[in-house]
Ligand binder design. Structure first.
Ligand code: PNS
Length: 164
């Protein structure tokens, strides 16, 4: 059974993330989408909300599991029997950070490979940070986050007091 782990903050999930999940799902038997729980950093959305969005998107993808982790990714990957890490590279600007992270993870766990996938080029400027900024100022989120989540994410970003 070929297992991959796709880690990230997913704060919130974007169309680029969703594109990558679908691509990775085709390559493996089991895909673990793991939301980082970082107690030192509160996001725009709680980890539970981020996981709920991901669960909703992947409800018809039986090989995809939505989980959360804290601590080192390599430890979690080992615990979950994952053979490789999947990350998305949208543009050259992502490369340095991704390269450093992949090499650090390899240093920590030599047999865990990182595989990079490219989302559709139309998502190359879509990021969670942009979604938070555009949504926070009342901008239209269609084309940035998956259609079934547009309204909920937009409402929540306009009014951070509400739960999604
Ligand atoms: O979506 P992001 O924020 O770019 O994802 C970053 C993530 C979660 C993949 C990265 O921060 C991570 O793996 N954190 C866990 C801590 C860790 O393992 N650090 C060492 C490798 S740099």
């Amino acid at each position: 059974m070929r297992t991959a782990i796709y880690p990230g903050s997913f704060d919130p999930v974007t169309l680029g993330h969703w594109d990558l999940i679908q691509r990775a799902d085709k390559l493996v038997d089991r895909l673990i989408v793991a939301v980082l729980h970082n107690p030192a950093k509160t996001g725009a959305f709680s980890v539970a909300e981020r996981m709920e969005f991901l669960r909703e998107l992947t409800k018809d993808s039986p090989n995809v599991e939505i989980t959360t982790f804290h601590g080192l990714l390599v430890d979690y990957a080992r615990q979950m029997d994952a053979h490789f890490i999947v990350r998305g590279v949208r543009a050259f600007s992502d490369f340095e950070y991704e390269f450093q992270m992949a090499l650090m993870n390899r240093k920590l766990s030599a047999d865990l490979e990182t595989v990079f996938l490219m989302p559709k080029e139309e998502y190359s400027v879509v990021s969670s940070r942009m979604v938070r900024e555009v949504g926070g100022m009342g901008g239209d989120l269609s084309g940035l986050v998956p259609e079934p989540l547009v309204e909920r994410i937009a409402a929540r970003l306009r009014d951070p007091g509400q739960s999604a």
